[in-house]
Design a binder for this molecule. Sequence first.
Ligand SMILES: C[S@@+](CC[C@H](N)C(=O)[O-])C[C@H]1O[C@@H](n2cnc3c(N)ncnc32)[C@H](O)[C@@H]1O
Length: 105
Amino acid sequence: MFYHPDGTLPGDVWEIIPEDTQKRKEHYAVYPEDLCKIPILATCPINGIVLDPFSGSGTTSLVAIKHNRKSIGIDISEEYIEFSKKRIDEYKYENSGVLQLFNEE
Ligand SMILES: C[S@@+](CC[C@H](N)C(=O)[O-])C[C@H]1O[C@@H](n2cnc3c(N)ncnc32)[C@H](O)[C@@H]1O
């Protein structure tokens, strides 16, 4: 039996730990980041584009960016789009060189 050098396909059952980071106050149906991490890593190459046309609080876009993919998020609610932008900007700021320098002091 041979295994593919890039790894095996994900199984049919995924064990995903529920997060306490879900933004339930801001959106009614936020899903755990791991739920979209598995399909993004399995189907989208690095620098590829992930599209979520019902993006809600922006979890899919956030996970895509965390894993070096680009992302387009669409939602009918302006409020959710604004919340998603803020969530993603906070992640980018927390992971910028500026904050790392600040933390090293
Ligand atoms: C189940 S939620 C998605 C939640 C998302 N997975 C998350 O982690 O936050 C579905 C979203 O679809 C949006 N929606 C509903 N009808 C839509 C439409 N016609 N066009 C775009 N977005 C729509 C809703 O505003 C809602 O935020």
